[in-house]
Design a protein around this ligand. Structure first.
Ligand code: MTE
Ligand code: MO
Length: 216
């Protein structure tokens, strides 16, 4: 089934279910259901999605290069990254292929801290992420400044494994999973929106799970 057909099916299913919107208290399985955006289902595993290549980056070689429309471009080594104020946040994860996981505990450096460090110029409205596997994805700067957005290197208390984007990946809970670059290498602030790998292939530019906003 194509992504579009799948999306249509998902929407049909939700229309048939006529889900309760009365706002009454729910519990158990039903409460979990309430936390799932339209067309999503809960999984107990954590699937791995990539472009068929999982780059191996030794911590000694790892760099995070932040540049573009900023007053203070930085290149962080692993030591620099760990020297930043550490941040923890619990959030749900929604992949556009329809699986979701709840209550992931992420640890790392908040994007707000990165913003503070590089001082984006007032012209900077967009951010492009480039990864060690050459994957790219884009976001409005405004979305990056949310309280729950971070550069994560730990998941549920353990270092992020290579398959899930270690040493460091982006986590953007309010957007579909593809907006969170694994193996992040470069973060570029810009005055214009430059589309990423999936965005140029017809995925939604905004990618809002609660709006079932999967493709354009
Ligand atoms: N560098 C990179 N980041 C990526 C991807 C990728 O292929 N390369 N896939 C994206 C997609 S489509 C999803 S759903 C999530 C999956 O993260 P996971 O493999 O840890 O579940 O990573 C996103 N970030
Ligand atoms: Mo995805």
């Amino acid at each position: 089934m194509g992504a579009n057909e799948r999306m249509i099916k998902t929407k049909e299913t939700w229309a048939k279910q006529k889900r309760d919107t009365s706002g009454r208290e729910v519990e158990g399985e039903e409460a979990e259901h309430e936390r799932l955006p339209p067309g999503q289902h809960l999984v107990n595993t954590w699937p791995v999605l990539d472009l068929g290549h999982k780059p191996e980056i030794a911590l000694a070689d790892w760099r995070l290069i932040v540049s573009g429309f900023v007053a203070n471009p930085v290149t962080w080594t692993w030591q620099d990254f760990l020297a930043q104020p550490q941040f923890k946040s619990i959030s749900d994860f929604h992949c556009v292929t329809s699986w979701s996981t709840l209550d992931n505990e992420w640890e790392g450096v908040s994007f707000k801290r990165l913003i503070e460090a590089v001082q984006p110029l007032s012209l900077a409205k967009f951010v492009l992420f480039t990864s060690y596997d050459d994957y790219t994805t884009n976001l409005p700067l405004e979305a990056c400044g949310d309280d729950d957005v971070l550069l994560a290197y730990k998941w549920n208390g353990k270092p992020l494994t290579k398959e899930h984007g270690g040493p460091v990946r982006m986590i953007v809970p309010k957007r579909y999973g593809w907006k969170g670059a694994k193996w992040v290498k470069e973060i570029t602030f810009s005055d214009r929106d430059q589309k990423g790998f999936w965005e140029v292939r017809g995925y939604s530019n905004s990618a809002l799970p609660w709006e079932n906003d999967r493709s354009k």
